[in-house]
Design a protein around this ligand. Structure first.
Ligand code: PEP
Length: 255
């Protein structure tokens, strides 16, 4: 059985007081959650401590980024070892995004760099949520499968079987992120099934069947149910709609 996951990517939003209010509000409504999906929130790194320190907070937490280097003269960066060290005892911090399209586009992160980040996370017992997805021009030219295949093969295919099983993949078509234009459930399912096929070809069917593949891109309380009903969609990576407790709980309950 694959794990179902709903992860909220807060990006560079919410200040400390808003983070606290969100958690208090979320905790007070936990009895409304009817789904058995694992819930993850990915705040800005500076607020990981606020989240980890909140009482009664048993939701999993993740970072949005880490360095590809272990340590050294890399001003402004946070290493995977630091993330691990930070929450060594409470064990709430399990995940880290790798290769979100905003990082690929604005910070020019290549597949080679992303492969190194994946390695650093796995070495430090953190689970990478590896993002992939095509831009509109690739889809118009029917190059979207090739593009996603190259992102996944260059970012993940160097891993050993036990390592790839630690990875969650998030398919996020760039044209759907933050645009209000969601992929149809057919388009998303088609790509998720394709990703599972290439995982089976490179590793084996057991690996392909065990990896959770999330959909991301304008997923909201209206379209989540239909997306999550698809056989190869194991949950969602939610941006804008995770910033409000109400809509995030509705999406979680879409399972
Ligand atoms: C994201 O940034 O990962 C994302 C899916 O954003 P949104 O839900 O706002 O499209």
């Amino acid at each position: 059985m694959r794990k179902k996951l709903v992860a909220g990517n807060w990006k560079m939003n919410l200040l400390d007081e808003e983070v606290i209010n969100y958690i208090v509000n979320f905790n007070s409504r936990k009895n409304e959650i009817e789904s058995d999906a694992e819930i993850i929130i990915l705040p800005a790194s500076i607020y990981l401590d606020t989240m980890i320190s909140m009482p009664d907070w048993d939701i999993k937490i993740g970072a949005q980024n880490c360095s590809q280097f272990n340590n050294g003269a890399y001003t402004g960066e946070i290493s995977a070892a630091m993330l691990r060290d930070f929450d060594y005892d409470s064990e709430n911090l399990h995940y880290c995004l790798v290769g979100h399209s905003e990082r690929r586009a604005y910070f020019k992160e290549s597949n080679e760099v992303l492969a190194q980040k994946v390695n650093r996370l796995i070495e430090n017992q953190l689970k990478p949520i590896f993002c992939c997805g095509e831009e509109l021009e690739h889809r118009k030219k029917e190059k979207h499968f090739d593009l996603v295949k190259s992102q996944i093969s260059e970012g993940l295919f160097h891993l050993k079987e036990e390592e790839i099983k630690q990875v969650v993949i998030a398919y996020e078509p760039v044209w759907a992120i933050g645009t209000g234009e969601t992929a149809t459930s057919n388009q998303a399912q088609e790509m998720h099934a394709f990703i599972r096929t290439i995982l089976a070809e490179q590793f084996n069917q057991d690996v392909a069947d065990s990896i959770s593949i999330l959909y991301g891109g304008s997923c909201n309380s209206t379209n989540a149910k239909e997306l999550f009903e698809q056989p190869d969609i194991d949950g969602g990576l939610i941006g804008g709609a995770s910033l409000e407790v109400e809509s995030f709980i509705q999406i979680i309950n879409a399972f």
